[in-house]
Design a protein around this ligand. Structure first.
Ligand SMILES: *[C@@H]1O[C@H](CO)[C@@H](O)[C@H](O)[C@H]1NC(C)=O
Ligand SMILES: *[C@@H]1O[C@H](CO)[C@@H](O)[C@H](O)[C@H]1NC(C)=O
Ligand SMILES: *[C@@H]1O[C@H](CO)[C@@H](O)[C@H](O)[C@H]1NC(C)=O
Ligand SMILES: *[C@@H]1O[C@H](CO)[C@@H](O)[C@H](O)[C@H]1NC(C)=O
Ligand SMILES: *[C@@H]1O[C@H](CO)[C@@H](O)[C@H](O)[C@H]1NC(C)=O
Ligand SMILES: *[C@@H]1O[C@H](CO)[C@@H](O)[C@H](O)[C@H]1NC(C)=O
Ligand SMILES: *[C@@H]1O[C@H](CO)[C@@H](O)[C@H](O)[C@H]1NC(C)=O
Ligand SMILES: *[C@@H]1O[C@H](CO)[C@@H](O)[C@H](O)[C@H]1NC(C)=O
Ligand SMILES: *[C@@H]1O[C@H](CO)[C@@H](O)[C@H](O)[C@H]1NC(C)=O
Length: 283
């Protein structure tokens, strides 16, 4: 019984060999494996990569052909069992995409094809631009900050900073769209210098934006009154008590009284008085 098992086992081993071997002792090729031996699948311009194409079994000589999206790129013949090595330099956007290789020996009829490898071109990001539709901000105002790198491979990860401190999580953008954050301007420290940083998978590629400052539209804390009138008092610098007034939109014929108090030494600072066009003022 034991002997029979050995015999059967040997038989299967042999028939397997016979399948792969022809009468003249030449071995059929197996499908080759295309492997990256140097470089990466995310490539940058002018990068060199080396691909290896190899059939694990099959009698030499073997001819290896490399294809990029069905275009023949290189052909080389190996006289022995060693793999075919292809050295490529990525010179243009057309050098990326899907690569395959084919192995042929003179009994393999049509050749055997490998797996594919996809190369993606990674471009460095350009300096991001930090902007806001509102350059002037008041305390109590909700403002937006946008950060966008015009160029560079996606996805791009953005992060916002106030001074040297990050004020947002990492925002990963899969599309070429600005990362946007909302800021509630709450204290004078919110008028600091903002920046953003952009980063993609290009190696060591981190770029900082221009700096952006909100200019102070007014220095006072707002308190909304029941009349819809917003009078502002300066909570932090009480000596600087110009009354800043902001009024909700009113019906055309309505009148509103409000005090405008201006300290003597403030009279020259005309820019401090903001007058809204929808407001009717009675002397
Ligand atoms: C890439 O290969 C080319 C030629 O094979 C060589 O001139 C160049 O220096 C190589 N570049 C790098 C970055 O290795
Ligand atoms: C590719 O480069 C390797 C060494 O990096 C070399 O051994 C091989 O011959 C080169 N292949 C071709 C096709 O130039
Ligand atoms: C197969 O290879 C052998 C040895 O390399 C060669 O003599 C023979 O002519 C080849 N046959 C074909 C069909 O290419
Ligand atoms: C390679 O990319 C092509 C087109 O972008 C896609 O159809 C194919 O599935 C990808 N192959 C692999 C192995 O990722
Ligand atoms: C983005 O790329 C285009 C085209 O290459 C170039 O004209 C433009 O100056 C680049 N923008 C930046 C901000 O680098
Ligand atoms: C600011 O405005 C945005 C959009 O209008 C809103 O989603 C956000 O909650 C607001 N934040 C504050 C603090 O009011
Ligand atoms: C504004 O600041 C005060 C004190 O710093 C804080 O308690 C409050 O939560 C802040 N409000 C917002 C909306 O950030
Ligand atoms: C922004 O404000 C800071 C002080 O808060 C100042 O040092 C810096 O120069 C300002 N930057 C710009 C671009 O105005
Ligand atoms: C790029 O980053 C790697 C590790 O992150 C570091 O070893 C290398 O020195 C950096 N290269 C440059 C040019 O900064």
């Amino acid at each position: 019984m034991f002997f029979l098992t050995i015999l059967l086992f040997s038989y299967f081993q042999m028939s397997h060999q016979i399948q792969k071997t022809t009468a003249d002792g030449k071995e059929m090729l197996s499908n080759p494996r295309l492997v990256l031996v140097q470089g990466s699948l995310n490539v940058v311009m002018n990068q060199n990569v080396t691909l290896s194409c190899h059939s694990d079994s099959g009698s030499p000589p073997v001819t290896y052909t490399l294809f990029n999206r069905n275009w023949k790129v290189f052909t080389l013949k190996r006289p022995d069992w060693t793999p075919g090595l292809f050295n490529l330099t990525i010179n243009s956007a057309s050098d990326v995409g899907e690569y395959k290789c084919k192995a042929e020996n003179n009994i393999s009829g049509g050749g055997k094809y490998s797996n594919s490898l996809n190369f993606t071109l990674i471009e460095p990001i350009s300096k991001p631009v930090l902007s806001s539709p509102t350059s002037q901000a008041k305390k109590g105002q909700n403002v937006t900050l946008s950060c966008l790198s015009e160029n560079g491979s996606l996805p791009i990860t953005y992060i916002f900073f106030k001074g040297r401190q990050s004020i947002s999580p990492a925002l990963k953008m899969q599309k070429r769209e600005a990362a946007v954050i909302f800021l509630f301007i709450n204290s004078s420290s919110d008028f600091g210098t903002y920046k953003c940083r952009a980063e993609n998978s290009f190696r060591n590629n981190t770029k900082y934006s221009n700096s952006f400052n909100f200019t102070l539209a007014e220095k006072f804390k707002s308190t909304r009154s029941s009349t819809g009138l917003t009078s502002t008092m300066n909570a932090e610098e009480p000596e600087n008590y110009v009354i800043y007034t902001e009024i909700e939109p009113l019906k055309p014929e309505e009148y509103v009284n409000f005090p405008v108090i201006r300290r003597e030494d403030e009279k020259e600072k005309r820019a401090c008085a903001t007058v809204y066009s929808k407001v009717l003022i009675r002397d």
